[in-house]
Design a protein around this ligand. Structure first.
Ligand code: HEC
Ligand code: HEC
Length: 441
């Protein structure tokens, strides 16, 4: 079953009220500005939408990051069948011959069994022509990203959406260009070099069948078509959005959470305790099971990670929205240090954590959230002026760190928002978000 939220509709601010929606947190997923094409299991949504084609306020059309250029996704069904375009995209995604090293594909860094995050346990991945060049950011999971809108500022001026951790790519296809070219990733340098490799790929006949016999006459076009195919795969393939964690089974009434998991869930939601749901919403919206991200940005003051070679230069800072990778918001100094809120689905299998891969366990992450301000000595080095809080930001941007929202609105000497048992409970809850749960009979 398929339903479409049209871009215009959402821009006009009308909402589709679905019976299973609960009142939402401050950042509303219903603010998605782009059309979302969803193939959702009937069981997640109930009979309410069976056979329904919801085009909320007509009009349709518009630029649409979630629809591939040839609308291939509309031919997919909620069963595992992929459109030809997406099936081709899958082959491209897993083809290491498309890299300069010959050993790295998209799938090398984005591993299916890890919700398409890295499985190297490294803070930042290795790539490049000799497979020796270190990258700059931790590899994010790709699951559930098809619900990520293109970048925009919402009506309150909150930066929202976009692909990569700084939102600089508007679509999956645009995002896919860089890894093929970047010197620290698949390192082809030019689109033509990548297209040369594509022309030798085992599936080239299928590529020509879909995109035309003469597609390689213009190598840049061939390159672009490969990114369209990858985008179709990332949007269509059920493995990117299974919605079959223990938590999903719990929502469907097919599993029970343990007492500790339930307590963790309550603490996760409680605005005075974890307040995690303030940015990682845990309720359904627009007929979607909870995504645990509102696609906004925040500056958490994550400690510097010296495992990243680039940090040997004391003047190197990854400032997220304001650069250096992203360039159009360089003047928005207030956004320096903000990174995208990731989904927490599958977070138990996507370590290490945060944009710089600073932490290896969920316990460390949750402890950091609640003890960052009460016990900064646990997280930051001491310098000449005492504990150097927020040391992965140049001093002039340290004021940008969020110090007003629970759980990081505390001061030195205050009680942390969660005690040790409560941290364990939140971690137990996060462990229920891993897909592939088999309900016990
Ligand atoms: C060397 C490892 C590596 C390779 C190879 C690689 N990626 Fe990534 N990928 C990353 C990292 C690191 C990021 C985060 C980049 C950033 O934030 O600037 C990322 C980000 C992404 C994102 C955006 C995630 C988000 O949260 O918005 C997508 C989508 C993606 N990659 C798909 C691909 C595709 C498709 C390919 C192949 C063409 C690919 N990647 C190849 C490491 C890799
Ligand atoms: C004000 C917004 C906000 C709140 C509140 C918040 N988070 Fe986050 N969370 C973020 C942002 C932003 C990131 C990414 C930061 C980065 O990469 O530097 C993040 C990242 C994470 C990660 C790492 C995910 C990954 O794949 O790397 C985990 C785990 C996490 N949050 C859990 C929690 C928990 C548990 C709570 C409640 C105790 C919480 N968050 C509260 C904004 C928030």
């Amino acid at each position: 079953m398929l339903f479409v939220l049209s871009e215009q509709c959402l821009r006009q601010g009308s909402r589709i009220d679905l019976k299973d929606d609960k009142t939402y947190h401050s950042h509303l997923i219903s603010q998605l500005q782009l059309s979302i094409m969803l193939f959702v299991r009937a069981s997640s949504l109930g009979v309410l939408f069976s056979g329904l084609l919801l085009s909320a306020c007509g009009g349709g059309g518009g630029t649409n990051s979630s629809t591939s250029p040839n609308q291939s996704s509309s031919s997919a069904s909620s069963t595992a069948a992929l459109s030809d375009m997406a099936a081709l995209g899958k082959q491209i995604f897993f083809d290491p011959s498309l890299s300069a090293s010959g050993v790295q594909s998209c799938g090398t860094c984005h591993v299916p069994s890890r919700a398409h995050a890295g499985d190297d346990d490294l803070a930042v991945p290795i790539g490049g022509p000799n497979f020796k060049t270190q990258g700059f950011r931790n590899t994010p999971a790709l699951n559930y990203l098809q619900f990520n809108p293109a970048f925009f500022f919402d009506k309150d001026g909150t930066p929202t959406g976009g692909f990569t951790r700084d939102g600089r790519a508007d679509t999956f296809a645009i995002q896919a260009e860089r890894p093929f070219l970047a010197p620290h990733e698949m390192a082809n340098g030019t689109k033509a070099k990548m297209a040369e490799k594509l022309e030798r790929a085992s599936y080239v006949a299928e590529f020509r069948r879909i995109f035309g016999a003469s597609i390689f006459n213009n190598p840049d076009d061939a390159f672009d078509r490969a990114t369209f195919a990858i985008a179709a795969f990332e949007k269509e393939a059920p493995e990117f959005h299974p919605f079959d964690s223990k938590f999903d089974a719990f929502l469907d009434g097919k599993a029970t959470l343990s007492e500790q998991e339930l307590r963790g869930f309550a603490l996760f939601n409680d605005p005075q305790k974890g307040n995690c749901a303030g940015c990682h919403p845990s309720t359904r919206a627009n007929g979607l099971p909870p995504l645990f991200t509102d696609f906004t940005y925040d500056n958490l003051g994550v400690p510097r990670n010296t495992a990243i070679a680039a940090t040997a230069d004391p003047s190197y800072f990854d400032l997220g929205l304001c650069g250096p990778d992203r360039t159009d918001l360089a003047d928005r100094k207030d956004l320096c240090g903000a990174f995208k809120v990731p989904s927490l689905r599958n977070v138990a299998i996507t370590a290490p954590y945060f944009h710089n891969g600073k932490f290896n366990t969920l316990r460390e992450v949750v402890s950091f959230y609640v003890r960052r301000d009460t016990n900064p000595e646990e997280w930051y080095p001491s310098g000449v002026n005492g504990i150097e809080k927020f040391n992965d930001l140049p001093p002039e941007y340290r004021n940008n760190v969020n110090t007003t929202e629970v759980p990081y609105n505390r001061k030195l000497g205050d009680q942390p928002a969660l005690d040790s048992d409560e941290i364990d409970a939140v971690v137990a809850f996060l462990n229920t978000l891993t897909d592939g749960y088999q309900p016990q009979h």
